[in-house]
Design a protein around this ligand. Structure first.
Ligand SMILES: N[C@@H](CCC(=O)N[C@@H](CS)C(=O)NCC(=O)O)C(=O)O
Length: 203
């Protein structure tokens, strides 16, 4: 198997943290999406969403979408971490918080960055007003995250999960939007806990 990625991007980071947690090592090929390396017909032919990360399987087929790739590795190599949850209710809670972080945090953050910085202006129309609105949505989401982490050690409850990885990537991305969470004590406590995980050391 081979992973096409650009390690500095948040979507690749999300997958790389997950793989590090699971102790999975895999050959990686860097694809400079900022320079448009994903816009070629060759790349579009192998990536259903035209983006990275993209996993090439040994049978020559491909999987894209970072969460889908995480789920594939989780089922290939089940372990006690159970990052997607270890019971029907735990799985539902992980999925719930993962979707909340993704829909209300990560996606608006990416939209804010893309539309305000114009980083992908060679391939899409940037709408600064949408960038500002998306940024405001991220800002409004942070107190919700703070409230959740006031009542639980981790987003889905007592155990670390893929929802925490998504939130961790979101928090790491905030400086690119000129935002931070230093005044939010519960997020800070959670960050210290997550930063202490050995898997995070190289990510
Ligand atoms: N939903 C996708 C998002 C992937 C994504 O947006 N990747 C970005 C890098 S963070 C990319 O390839 N951007 C290039 C482009 O938009 O042309 C996933 O989670 O894998």
């Amino acid at each position: 198997m081979k992973l096409y990625e650009l390690a500095t991007t948040p979507s690749a980071r999300r997958l790389n943290i997950f793989l590090a947690e699971k102790g999975v090592d895999i050959a990686r090929i860097q694809v400079d999406v900022r320079a448009g390396a994903n816009l070629t017909e060759e790349f579009k032919a192998i990536s259903a969403n035209g983006r990275i990360p993209l996993l090439e399987l040994d049978d020559g087929s491909y999987l894209c979408e970072s969460v889908d790739i995480c789920r594939y590795f989780d089922e290939l190599y089940p372990d006690e971490l159970a990052l997607f949850g270890d019971s029907p209710l735990a799985r539902a809670r992980v999925e719930m918080w993962h979707r909340i972080v993704e829909l209300d945090g990560l996606i608006p953050a990416f939209q804010a960055f893309r539309n305000l910085s114009g980083v992908y202006r060679d391939r899409e129309t940037c709408v600064p007003a949408w960038g500002e609105e998306s940024r405001a949505r991220v800002q409004a989401f942070l107190p919700r995250l703070e409230r959740r982490l006031a009542e639980a050690d981790y987003l889905a409850g007592e155990r670390y999960s893929i929802a925490d990885i998504a939130a961790y990537v979101l928090i790491g991305f905030l400086p690119r939007l000129g935002m931070e969470v230093t005044s939010m004590p519960h997020i800070q406590r959670w960050l210290a806990r997550v930063n202490g995980r050995p898997a995070l050391a190289g990510c």
